[in-house]
Design a protein around this ligand. Structure first.
Ligand code: ZN
Length: 278
């Protein structure tokens, strides 16, 4: 199945605040050792079983936290099995529940230095963006380094600073082995591609983000799209359709294995940001 994106969820924050069950989805596997565990279909959170503890990518918002925790238990894990929480970028929809998850799990929390400073300097552009969500500020334990993968068990996550959507957006890449045939796949998740913060209207009011970030995004995307990714995961499920195959995963069938999706996705996002410049 080739790359396909779908329409964004209308009024997602209000829905998750008042009728979260409307967006509920049970956890589902997307790659070897890797599950979609957000519990809702608006913002992605992924759980990686490293064989020696779990890594969680993003936490979504406090209003859907119970669905995230429920997903973790449904897979047979416990929140305290999570040793590391990696945040893609400092917007409340990806890290609004980070404080609660850090408290619940005792995990080490990672975010880029750039976005940590952005969050502290500009809560109104990062955390306090929607009156229906009540995110909590949090302390970051470790910053990413592009030269130093984050390793736990048999998983090493390579991080790449990919600014644009925020100043410290971080993309993640890791290798997994298919136990059915011994093949190795690269799994990738871009840290943030939304054009909502890469347009002149946004720049005219922002205290922190400037148009050179958009140029950096275009330049980086050339590099990013040339990275070989076998299984491309979205940070919002509408960006790359994955929910349509929820529950279909087996090691033998690999419904998300398609190494054409990543480059098509990156190109499509560049096209969308350029369209906003016209
Ligand atoms: Zn964002």
């Amino acid at each position: 199945m080739a790359f396909r994106c779908t329409k964004p969820t209308p009024h997602p924050v209000k829905t998750l605040a008042y009728e979260p069950w409307e967006l509920e989805i049970k956890p589902f596997q997307v790659a070897p050792q890797t599950w979609y565990v957000a519990g809702q279909t608006w913002v992605g959170c992924y759980l990686i079983d490293t064989g020696d503890g779990l890594i969680l990518l993003d936490t979504a918002i406090p209003e859907s936290l119970y669905l995230l925790v429920d997903s973790i238990y449904r897979l047979g894990y416990k929140p305290e099995d999570i040793k590391k929480i990696l945040i893609s970028h400092a917007h409340f929809d990806h890290c609004g529940a980070a404080a609660a998850m850090k408290k619940l799990t005792g995990a080490e929390l990672y975010m880029s230095k750039e976005d940590t400073e952005f969050m502290k300097a500009c809560p109104e552009e990062t955390m306090v963006l929607d009156p229906d969500s009540h995110p909590q500020m949090f302390e970051v334990d470790k910053y990413y380094s592009d030269d130093e993968p984050i390793t736990l068990g048999n998983i090493s996550i390579r991080t790449m600073l990919t600014p644009g959507h925020t100043i410290g957006c971080t993309s993640f890449f890791w290798d997994v082995k298919n136990p059915a045939n011994g093949e190795t796949y690269v799994v990738g998740m871009h840290g943030g591609v939304g054009g909502n913060t890469m347009n002149d209207g946004y720049y005219s009011t922002s205290k922190y983000l400037t148009p050179d970030l958009r140029e950096r995004f275009f330049n980086d995307c050339e590099k990013v799209k040339s990275i070989h990714v076998d299984i491309a995961l979205p940070s919002h499920p509408n960006q790359i359709e994955i929910v349509d195959r929820a529950g279909q995963y087996t090691d033998e069938s690999q419904p998300y294995l398609d190494d054409t999706v990543w480059a098509d996705f990156v190109e499509e996002r560049v096209r969308q940001v350029k369209a906003l410049m016209k």
